[in-house]
Design a protein around this ligand. Sequence first.
Ligand code: 8OZ
Length: 371
Amino acid sequence: MPSLFDPVRAGEMHLPNRIVMAPLTRNRAPRAVPTPLMAEYYAQRANAGLVITEATAISAQAQGYADVPGLYGADQLDGWRRVTDAVHAKRGRIVVQLWHVGRVSHVDLQPNGQKPVAPSAIAAKTKTYLIKDGVGSFAPTSEPRALDASEIPGIVQDFRHAARHAISTAGFDGVEIHGANGYLLDQFLKNGANKRSDAYGGSIENRARLLLEVARAVVGEVGGGRTGLRISPVSPANDVSDEQPQALFEYLVRELAPLGLAYIHVVEGATGGPREIEDRPFDYAAALQAWRAAGAKGAWMVNNSYDKALAEDALRRGADLVAFGRHYLANPDLVERLQRNAPLNAPDKATFYGGGAQGYTDYPTLAARPL
Ligand code: 8OZ
């Protein structure tokens, strides 16, 4: 039985351990440009088997929060290059999470103050994060407009271009498509948010169409072995729901199997919350089984409120990788701490979103504060 500290392959990526830094939104990229402080933060965590960046907008329309980074402008790509160079200098591996927020945005953040886009013109009952005059605050998301079918190829192209530039210009080892947490691709998947009557709505096949088109485009650009996908089958994050998540996600993973993805990354339960949701049961083992039965060889990555014991248990049950969010945020040397069964720093919620080095690059390592 492999341990968390044994190497594993995820497609073309060779990982020295099975501990992953989960994607974490930190709102420290003014004008969507990654900063030297971000390079320091990610490099501090290069000991992970794999680092996944915070969600990164593939276009200006894809942005939904203040000071989140992008991956579509030359200055943004230069900023990310400094991040990947810093991680590689520490012998780490890093993939970028490709993000389109869909309806989870605000007119203040959209090009020309336009409405955010969505599968259907239904507002999400959720909040976004704005920064005005240096002061951050949460605000309700704006009323979205439904995408016209003619706009969809452009969105697929935006994912494709972002993936290409991520590898060729910014120097990432791979990309992770953000198909989770109630953002655009998840909005299309789930029938609580998708009420379309065209080829992108209605049946499971139709609702999965956009995500599958994006996955095929990205794989066509950078290869399956450098492409991961994050899903959150039953998470209520950002006000999404589906009547038949088991059938939906088993269909999705079966269709994905021929693409040879490096990994599928599954948020179990409510993102950042309970792992079990009473009225939203889901059989994750069955979804993994469906993927394997369809011939997939990629890694299965699990996430949400894991500790060491639960992570070891997940490996016993067939997972290959475990992504840690809050623990990685607060423990730059998480691999070493887990290996030594050392105590963990507690994350400081007040500094999760926005700000500078405090609560970002100043969490102590064991070496800095011996036991
Ligand atoms: C927390 C705050 C803002 C965005 C996600 C990208 O849930 C996010 C996110 C998380 O995937």
